[in-house]
Ligand binder design. Sequence first.
Ligand code: ATP
Length: 366
Amino acid sequence: MTAQSGFISIQNVVKFFGRFQAITDVSMEIGKGEFFSLLGASGCGKTTLLRMLAGFEGTTTGEIYIDGQPMSAVPPHERPVNMVFQSYAIFPHLNVRDNIGYGLRKLKLPKDQRQAMIEEMLALIKLPGYGDRKANELSGGQRQRIALARALILKPKVLLLDEPLGALDKQLREQMQLELRALQRKIGITFVFVTHDQEEALTLSDRIAVMSAGKVLQVDTPAGLYERPKSREVASFIGNMNFFNGTVRRNGAATGAIETEGLGTIPVPVDMLTKPDGAAVQVALRPEKFVMSDNQPTQGQLAIPGTLNTSAYLGERSHHYIKIAGKDDPVAVSTPNAASSIGRQAGNGQIWLSFNPASIVILDPD
Ligand code: ATP
């Protein structure tokens, strides 16, 4: 976590809509200056949680603190937050300057101070000189930047963003992701960002809360979620993952192993084993952690013979499906397209898979 921990503190928050429970006992801390994302499939409760931070929805039970203050009795306009929506909600009949300065009107600031703040925002969003343009003469990306500037000009402590890039096409969206990240770094405001797009969350965030059915499954850094998922649900939600049934074998004080269906017996340090001898576990291994070779690797007992079912060439990488003994589903393997792998065809016969035992993740069984 960056900077001060618990700048936003969500404590045992539950939300019912009538009899429907949208949020089930969520607790987490968001640090000051963090770019924090809520990631999950449609309907998992991301927007509800964001709206509770904004004050547009109350909590049924539990409390939200921002900068040490409990928020339940604080109405939305008095909270130190501002929100940016997917539909930019900018006023088409106003020009860019008036759109950005809209929220300043009630502050009764002198005109030249207002203008200076607006110019500062135009520079920040890289649209200097656009002040007189009508909002409906702007591209989608430019409109989204205006919406950001309008939210930021009031210098909120927290910016809440609800799928703000969702309406943009892929290329513009990727460009805006980089801009948004750079902007957040520059101004240092805490961002809470809602998305269902895992790549977007991984690209942008310091930390991510993965949500499902109103619950937070895991809060971690992008690398932590990818390399050390704590459950099968998180492991399969972020990227692709192969799963193998396994049984713990504790051989002694210093050595241990997992006997698997498909990958043989994998030696693991005992401190990675949290279960007793004989316990059922799942071994998870990412497709790119395998090395695929035509000949049996000379060293290591962890070389698994297999038959190539299909390959798909994807430019930078190829994806392969390999049938191995002891496992019904083919194993997904991803290899970088070095010259040697180009032209590999299905039906080439036997290949070998090997992997480093340190790259496995040990999970509870289903
Ligand atoms: P999406 O990505 O589709 O926006 P989400 O994860 O943001 O999904 P929410 O909008 O938070 O999901 O909704 C969570 C659940 O709560 C959904 O099942 C939704 O139908 C329900 N819900 C949300 N708002 C209300 C409401 N005002 N009344 C009743 N049910 C609601």
